[in-house]
Design a protein around this ligand. Structure first.
Ligand code: MLT
Length: 267
């Protein structure tokens, strides 16, 4: 069951698990997903107080008032304020990481740690923007199901897709539950997003970076280029893993996040 709160007349859905005390770990999903993407990851984080948020336009959250990672960051702030949480460890997967960076720029004092889980601070390339625009055309011409069916297999190494069709199919089903409007807003928001290298340079909290050797979106090269920017960084590249470590290597990636959370909690 999800909880909801209303901010600026829009509903934001989130899921709380774990004890009622302790440093809060916030998990943000990526593009075309919702809180369910963390379902197999959470059991490996037993004992931690965790909130997962449906970013606006995904899951059970209302559409955003306008596209933008800053709008998603406002939803994160609303949930933290709603829970009276002063500081958290904020971990975002891919687009969730872009959101976490937008949050870090605006509210650094609310972060005990920032995690870029298969994510990076760089803006879109011209080719990336052209791809997203083609996606917007598809979605606006009623081809949402085809769009998500093509998207998810491309996030994994081909061998994983072959060995685990049930994982890919479950994600495609999740994608088909998202509204075309929410997906289009996310694409527009990602096109417009700014470079956050300076946000990382000025970060006063530790920053964790995680990539997979087969990750085509947050490639190890891009992630390592970013990992030298913050004063305190913890960086991991997982061999044989693509863009979806929480599903491809749940125990291992959860262990990495847990150790980061412990480090942030002890500072
Ligand atoms: C995601 O998983 O959130 C997306 O792949 C991010 C992106 O397209 O840049």
């Amino acid at each position: 069951m999800k909880n909801t709160l209303v901010a600026n007349n829009r509903r934001i859905a989130y899921q709380l698990t774990g004890p009622s005390e302790g440093l809060l770990l916030v998990l943000l999903h990526g593009f075309c997903e919702d809180t369910s993407v963390w379902d197999d990851f959470i059991p490996h984080l037993n004992g931690l107080r965790i909130v997962r948020i449906d970013l606006p336009g995904f899951g059970e959250s209302d559409l955003p008032p306008a596209p933008g990672m800053e709008i998603y960051a406002d939803a994160v702030l609303a949930v933290l304020d709603g829970l009276s949480v002063k500081k958290c460890v904020l971990v975002g997967h891919s687009m969730g990481g872009y959101t976490a960076l937008a949050f870090a720029e605006k509210h650094p004092e609310r972060l005990a740690g920032l995690g870029l889980f298969h994510s990076h601070p760089f803006e879109d390339t011209p080719e990336g923007i052209a791809n997203r625009r083609r996606g917007i055309e598809m979605l606006q011409s009623g081809k949402r199901d085809l769009y998500v069916a093509q998207l998810f297999p491309s996030l994994f190494p081909p061998a994983f897709v072959k060995a685990h069709p049930e994982v890919i199919n479950a994600l495609i089903d999740t994608g088909k539950r998202q509204s075309a409007e929410g997906i289009v807003a996310a694409l527009e928001g990602m096109i417009a997003r700014q470079n956050h290298e300076n946000t990382l340079r000025s970060s006063t909290c530790p920053v964790q970076f995680l990539s997979g050797s087969e990750d085509a979106i947050a490639s190890p090269e891009r992630v390592m280029q970013a990992a030298v920017l913050p004063a305190i960084a913890d960086a991991h590249v997982l061999s044989g893993v693509g863009h979806m470590g929480m599903l491809e290597a749940a125990e291992k990636t959860a262990g990495i996040v847990r150790r980061f959370w412990e480090f942030c909690a002890q500072r």
